[in-house]
Design a protein around this ligand. Structure first.
Ligand code: GLN
Length: 456
């Protein structure tokens, strides 16, 4: 199925960068044998999964969509990958992504773009477009993604799949190649809300190898999804975020968003409008904090420790610095270089107060907006992405237009709160999927599944 749907980088969906058919079949056979022997099985035993290529996997390459890591095979598994293996899920392979998770369209992959299975001329969202497209195209029933500013939820929205960004710290980041440590979070990409809850329960929970991992059980998430599917939302207070609608939001996206809201009202929920005035500055704060963290994270790709090493031409005995410069020049793409430059600039001596310090203050204000809103409502909602899938190439030369896709998803990362995108039908004007975003207070991930299951 993957071979026929995926094609290559120039045709087909191209969701995968690497497929491990042999390994997946062996794991599936082992699961069958456990079943036959009456051995205990996990809830998703034998169900295959695709993994975003930013999570380390023993024996399978991990490139992060970058040339600088081409051919690198990690010597260790990410904690989430270990947990998948322990629960008997065959790992189908590694999915395509924007280089180092920077982007909203998967066009910044060094290995060619992924295409949206709904329309191959459209983008599948990003940075985790490969994981979302694999699930949408029935190449994999489940996938893992990572979400720093929306990279699970926005691809979920534009491919009609379910995408979850859990509470910061509730799923281990050990073995996730960091883009921005204070924002990154691993999460499920699936076709149903219940599948996402089951997967979240398997990969979530405390991990001593991640210093930001929360010491609390992951909760009864599947149970919450089953409850929600019964459709009784009596007593639930839903806040529509005023700042995340109107200008810039496509008409068909707004329309489907309102229809999903009507479903909640019909199920007994009370809907009110809530203002989060500082969300207006979320994008600007994110695009300072994220490049700062990314620029220091990416300093380790020095051509000495990992992956690509390029020797500068015409230099007989190049210095380490010359090798580093030539390798980073050849190994990193334009978007990555742009963010390294931005981050290095913002962190340079004397600029702290003007940029990083200021952005951190805005971050606190956004957290306060969430606190005030959640004092009044149980969940907050908005469209996940302001627009449906756009054409390949349409925003590639306009970084600001690309960044604007994350308007509605970024606040959750800045505050560490969990969010889900649930399919809400297709827009009238183009027939492409629309996502309904639900946000909950930190550690109340169960609410995402309960409310999500009522909307899907
Ligand atoms: N699109 C956003 C960015 O480019 C978010 C990426 C992500 O969540 N990894 O930074």
């Amino acid at each position: 199925r993957i071979a026929s749907v995926d094609g290559d980088a120039d045709a087909g969906v191209h969701a995968f960068l690497h497929v491990d058919a042999e390994g997946a079949l062996a794991e599936a056979a082992a699961s069958d044998a456990r079943r036959a022997a009456g051995a205990p099985l996990s809830a998703l035993d034998g169900v295959p999964i695709a993994v975003k290529d930013v999570l380390t996997t023993i024996g399978q390459p991990t490139t992060c969509g970058s040339k600088i890591l081409e051919g690198w095979i990690p010597p260790y598994d990410a904690t989430v990958v270990q947990r998948l293996k322990a629960a008997g899920l065959p790992i189908l392979g590694k999915t395509n992504m924007d280089e180092f998770a920077m982007g909203s369209s998967t066009e910044h992959s060094a290995y060619g773009p992924t295409r949206n299975p709904w329309n191959l001329d459209k983008i599948p969202g990003g940075s985790g477009g490969g994981s979302a497209a694999a699930v949408a195209a029935f190449e994999a029933p489940l996938a893992l993604g990572t979400d720093t500013g929306g990279s699970i939820r926005q691809p979920g929205a534009v491919t009609g799949t379910v995408g979850v960004k859990p509470t910061y710290g509730s799923i281990s980041r050990y073995g996730l190649v960091a883009m921005a440590n204070s924002l990154d979070q691993v999460g499920p990409v699936t076709r149903t809300v219940l599948d996402a809850a089951l997967l979240h329960e398997i990969v979530g929970g405390h991990d001593p190898l991640d210093s930001t991992s929360i010491e609390a059980p992951v909760g009864e998430l599947a149970e919450a999804a089953r409850q929600g599917a019964l459709g009784d939302m009596t007593g639930l207070r839903v806040g529509v975020i005023k700042e995340l609608s109107g200008e810039g939001y496509q008409a068909g996206v707004e329309a489907k968003f309102r229809e999903a809201l009507d479903l909640l009202v019909a199920a007994g929920a009370e809907v009110v409008e809530v203002s989060c005035p500082n969300f207006e500055h979320a994008l600007a704060a994110y695009y300072v904090i994220m490049p700062c963290e990314a620029s220091s994270n990416l300093a380790k790709f020095d051509a000495m420790r990992y992956g690509l090493r390029v020797l500068p031409e015409g230099v007989a005995a190049p210095s380490a610095e010359e090798v580093m410069r030539a390798s980073r020049d050849a190994g990193f793409g334009d978007e990555v270089k742009r963010r390294i430059i931005l981050g290095t600039y913002a962190l340079s001596s004397g600029y702290y107060d003007a940029y990083y310090g200021q952005a951190q203050k805005v971050r606190t204000l956004i957290q306060r907006d969430f606190d005030a809103a959640f004092a009044d409502v149980d969940v907050l909602v908005s469209p996940t992405s302001p627009v449906t899938a756009f054409a390949l190439g349409e925003k590639l030369d306009d970084p600001i237009a690309m960044y604007l896709n994350d308007l509605a998803t970024i606040p959750a990362n800045l505050a560490g709160v969990p969010g889900i995108s649930v399919p809400a039908g297709v827009a009238d004007e183009d027939g492409l999927p629309v996502g309904f975003q639900i946000l909950a207070p930190a550690m109340a991930d169960d609410r995402l599944y309960r409310v999500g299951a009522a909307v899907e």
